[in-house]
Each structure stands twice: as C-alpha cells, then as structure tokens.
Design a protein around this ligand. Sequence first.
Ligand code: ADP
Ligand code: ASP
Ligand code: MG
Length: 812
Amino acid sequence: MKVLKFGGSSVANSENIQKVLAIVATESKNHKIAVVVSAFGKTTDKLLAAANSALVDIQITKEILETIKAVHYQIIDALIVKNKTTVSNEVTYLFERLSSMFEGVFLLQELSNKTLGKVCSFGERLSSYIIANAAKEIFDATHKESRELIITNDSYLNAQVNFKITNEKINSFFTENKHQVTVLGGFISSNISGEVTTLGRGGSDFSAAIYAAALNAEELQIWTDVPGMFTANPRVVKQAYPISEISYEEAMELSHFGAKVLYPPTIQPALRKGIPIRIKNTFNPAQLGTLICKNPKNGNEVKGISHIEDISLITLEGGGMVGIPGFSKRLFETLSQQKINVVFITQASSEHSICVGVYENDASKAKELLDETFSSEIERKKIKPIILENDLAIIAVVGESMKNHQGLSGQMFSALGQNNVNIRAIAQGSSEKNISAVINKKDAKKALNILHEQFFEERIKQLNLFVTGVGNVGKRFLAQVQQQKKFLKENLKLNIRVIGISNSRKMFFDANGINLDNWEENLKNGVPTTLELFRKRVKECNNRNSVFIDNTANQQVSEVYENYLRESISVVTCNKIACASSFHNYKTLKEVSKKYNASFLYETNVGAGLPIIDTLKNLITSGDRVQKIQAVLSGSLNFVFNNFNENVSFCDVVAAAQKEGYTEPDPKIDLSGVDVARKILILARESGYQLELEAISNNSFLTEESLKTTNNKDFYASLTKNEGHFKNIYKAAKDKNCRLKYVAEFVDGKASVGLQHIAPEHPFYNLEGSDNIVLFFTDRYPENPLIIKGAGAGADVTASGIFADVIRIGNK
Ligand code: ADP
Ligand code: ASP
Ligand code: MG
C-alpha cells in the first residue's frame, strides 16, 4: 500500500489532473493506492473569502461562487464522459447546499468557526468526488468520504485527531475495500457527532500521513509544485535547491519554521511508524525529489533554512524576577490557556528577562493578558509592563549534525552582521537541530539569501553593484563587467550583478541584474533621480554584498558615501574629492567603513588602475614607514608636456588630452596642479600622515589669468592668449637639455607639487605618454625606491582599477 497526496496546484485544472491520473496509474500497477487530494487550486481561499463577504456583501459572495463553479464544471467537462450526468447532478446539489449556507450567513449575519469549517470542507468534498470519477473512467477506483474515517475533537478549524477511533475506521474500511485505487479528500474530518471539522490550512498533507500510518503504508508520497523540500523557500531564494535526503526531525523543524511544502503535523504519524515520505513534483515526476526518512545519507551539516513572517516579540523584564521561581510558568500558562501559540523562547541567563515570539495576530491580546497576569508586580515596579515589538520575522537554520560542528552559529551571526541585519533575539534548542534568530521582517529575504550563500553556496559569492556616473569611465566599467562576468563566475566564483545605474538625471533598476547589453536604452527610459532617490532605492533593494560605485568627479556624490557605508554598503570610487577633503572627513569615512564592515576603496584616486594605494597599504600594514615619495602623478600633464614643443600650440595639446579622456571634465583641475595636489595628499594620508590640502605648496605654471577663469571656454581662450608664456617655459627647459615634468613630492611630512626641469639621467625623464610613476623611499627601500610605473590616466585603465576594487571586495 502506498499513499499519494496531491496538493492544490497539482489539481488546479483538468490538464494537471490528467498528470495526476497518469502518476496514479503507474504507481497502482504494483500497489494498492490511497490517493489524497486537496481542493482544486485556490478553492479553499475562495471559499473563505466568499464566506467572509457574505457578512458584508452577498453579491460578492455570489460572484466568487460563480468562479469556483466554473473551475469545477470545466474539469467535469474535460475529464468525465461516461458518468457526466450523475457527477454533474451531484456537484450541482453540493453547490446548492453551499449557496444556502452563504445565504444563511448573510441572513443571520453570523459566521461561526463551525460554519466556516463546513464551508471549507466543500473544496475537498468536491475535488475528491470529481477526481475519483475521472479515475474510474481509466482504472479501477473508488471514492471515500474522509469525513467518515478521520475523527477529531470539536475544534472546527484546527481539529485534533482521535487516532484510536480513526485508525480503526480506516483499517476496517480498507480491509473491506477491494478497489486498487481509493480517492479521498484531504483536510476534512468530523467530530464524534458527525459534524464536519477540518485539520488546519495545508492539512491535506496531514490527512495523507494519517492514512499512511493507519495502513502501515510502504511509502507516503507528497506530490506538489516543486521537486522536493528545498534548502530554502525557492520563491525567496533563487539559488535554493532540493535536499535529496533529510531526517524526520530536520524536516519537522523546517516545516515548523515556515517551509510550507509540508504541513508540520504531517511528520509525526509517519515518524511513529517509520514510513518514508517522498516529496515529488507533479509536473516533472522524473525528478528525484526529497526523501524524508530515519537515517538520511550524510549531507551538509546545515540542511535548510526557513523563516516565519509576522512575528511579534513579547518581553517580560525586570529586576524583580531574578531568583524568584514561577514567572515563566505564569507567562506560559496565561498564553496557553488562551491558545496563544509560542513560536520562540529565549531567556537571559541572569533571569532578568524572558522573551517569547508569538504570531502578530495574537500579539496585542497576549500583551493584554500578560499585563493583567503580572499587574501586581508591574504596579509594585518589580517588573516593567510587557514590551511588545511587531514587524519581525524568525529565521531558522536547521540541521541535525550541526551539533558536531563548532562555529556554525558564529558563521550565521557574522554573515548577518556583516550585511547589516540586526538580530533582536536568538534561540538555540538544546538539541542543536535549529538555531533561530528574530530579525526585522523587512530584512527576511536578504537574511535568507545571506545564510543560503553562507551555508550552501560558499563557492559562489554574489556582488550587487549600484553604479552612479556612466560617462567615459562608467561606460567602460560596465563594458568590462559585461565582458568578464562569465570568467569571474567560473574562475573566481564571483557572481557580479549590476542592480542599479544612474546618471545625474535618470536611474534604472532591475532586481535580477540589469542586462548590460542594453542598459543605455533602459537608462534613457528610466525614472528621474536625485542622489537621495537613488540611495533610497538602493536601500530598499536591501541586497547583501552591495557596492555603491561612484564614477563621477562630483562633490555632491562624494558627500553621500558615509550614508552608504552606514548601511553596510561598500563604496568604490574614482572620485578623489572625498579622500582629498578635510582630514576629519577622510578619517570619518575610514572609521565608518570599519565600524559597519563595509569596504571603502579608491585605488583609482591615484594613478588610475596602477596598484599604488594597495601597495602602499601593504607596506604600511606590514610595518614599513614612508620616508619620501616622489612622483609624476598626472597622466594628463604628462601627456601635455610630452606632446608640447615649438611646433604645436599649448591649447591644442590640452584639447587633445581632454579628447583622449586623460583630463578631468574640467581640465583646469589638472593644469592648475590641484588634481596632483589631491593625489599626493591622499598618498601622504595613506602613509599615516595627517595633512590638509591647503598645506601643500603648489607652484602653478598657469598664468593668473588662466587660473581665474570659471569655465572651459574661457580657460581655453586664456591658454591661446598666453601661448608665449608656455613657449618660454618649454624653451627654458630645452635649453638645459631637460624635459618638463609636473612632480609631486612628499618629504619630512611636507608635500609640494610643481613643474620641474628633469635631466636625462633621472628616472622621470623617459616617462612616456600619459604614464605615471611613483617612487616610494621607505625604511625597507631607503636608497633604491620601490617604483610603480605605467599608464596613469584614461577611461579604460581607470575602469579596470574600479573593477579591481570591486573584485577585492568580492574576495574579502
Ligand atoms: P500544495 O498545494 O501542493 O500543498 P504548497 O503551496 O502547500 O503546495 O507547498 C508548496 C510550496 O511551498 C512551494 O511552491 C514553495 O513556494 C513553498 N515552500 C516554502 N518553503 C519551501 C521549501 N523549503 N522547499 C520547497 N518549497 C517550499
Ligand atoms: N485545501 C486546504 C488548504 O488550502 C488543505 C490543503 O490543500 O492542504 O488549506
Ligand atoms: Mg500544502
């Protein structure tokens, strides 16, 4: 004997039911089969809605009833040929009774649990009757009313089974019954007086387990719309996958903590008799599914993760509780007398507080009752009035062999902490099968994904990028991500997704990752944005491993970094303004980054993609000390002075540098030396010195007139006007057989920048094109400096520097 249960979606329409019948036909070749079915599709939800509307607007009830009827008659039409008239008549009769019940609710303006249970029972009464008749057309089958076999107490919506009577009834029926297949409705039962009761929402699984246990079935199969019990709810965690084998206890913990695929009470009867439960996919029977059994094959120590939403925490707190027995007894007694289910318990070891989690629906009633129970202690200020917190969720990590592995809870909480998920309470059962934490409801999805990544996808880490600025650098960056995505996933196990993009006017988001083939089009059609709106959206996305990327040179953008970091969102920037702002601000950003465990990386602030800052950081952290830095740090100025000579105009060379993407959007920032000053400032700070930009001496080679201009047009005009001035500068160097290099220096705690005559023997003399060079003189490199040299400007190298920072975060 086998028991096969098919859920609502498996029997939602005639096509699905044909699949069900094919599965039953195969299984019944060698076994007698009890088939337990749910109501068709969403029928139970609709029946409940119809009953509730009957209290308010009977017209709505009638409309809902019509949609229910339509589904049922369509299925009869499609699947029943021989007995169509009989079946249709019986179904019409049942619908008439249902309709009278709704009229009754409307007239009496009363909807008791008893009536509600009765109304709901029609879903399975109808579905089992129709499916049994459809089955009879193909193979030997019969229908049996579950209400006659499963006997319960009087709790109409959540009835407790009387196993003794139930088992007897089931056995005596099946001993007599000679049919190969028996179709029964799940969920429904009756009390000892024959009134309809129901086993709770999702209860058809339980019905099937009751039959399986009573009949000592070889196997209980739960056929549903997913191929098994997953490592996490597949609707919430995209990367979740079916667990191949799991123990009864583990499956029970997962279902108790929200894995809806199995109704929690289902396991008990099967466990008692040691009946294996197989969860299978009706829509793909070939998939293996999940086997729930006594001794599952060894798997991951963490088997699955689940969560329950709509939880409230109730805290009983006060010095008056310490050392005095009986507080928790009174608390639990009060709640249980009122049938308030406690989902979660934790008590501080100081006995100073007890904290329980209940469903949000019960929360205010629970508080009221407990305030009453403890009123005298509260009045005497021995304890505080009950503290109630809403909008919470419980997440649970489940696995029997977790107890043999140290550090799993550490991993769980640090993964959550690193991603800014605030934990309100923690409980670990002494069996150590389950570690649960209470968190804010809004963080639940993120938390599940973080934990899934932590325990099941260690191999692939997902990085979620939010990119601001899609000019030269931003465009190249997105192109590089697009190009390398696959390689990174395969080789570095990094899955990089760009979730949001913005320029100064528009933004575009796609929670599943923006298609980088046509982001430009999408951004063009995006929604208007501001820095604040963009940040709000990023925050709403609430992704783990989030990185904000600033590809602009904009002051305002640089001012929002701190806000991102405070949300544990890392920041990667090629914009130098933040790091070259006041030392106080620079330091704050670093501290906030540390505190919130979010990286703040800006390798491209100096020398574009060259690994200058990273190298310097490594020197300092390994205990070296910087004595002196000498550098040519402006790719644009190097380009300008490498190309300027007696035959070309200075203005044309600057224009060419800008065209090549070697200058800032405002070329005066480069030409005036401000850009270089910012860079040496950043290097000095990274070396551990506290320095301000104003303290850097900057001997600009520009004329007063050029320095005073306020826009690019005037600036270029001033260059043309002062051509003679630039030719003189060039000639002075050439006469000494020297080249012009704009040099930054940091020595003895002081920094300076300015144009210098460089003689042929100097390492700077042969610096080509837009190259940069840095010489670090340190305690370990006192005479022969550590030299870093290479292309120091340009959109491509800058973009690749940003990319390298992103990968650094991924590898962290
Ligand atoms: P049925 O109607 O067949 O009883 P349910 O809707 O009750 O089906 O249960 C199946 C659903 O349970 C899946 O579609 C899935 O969304 C949800 N679910 C939640 N957690 C899990 C999990 N850990 N594994 C599989 N499914 C889960
Ligand atoms: N039809 C009932 C419900 O939707 C029982 C079940 O399908 O398990 O809750
Ligand atoms: Mg179900």
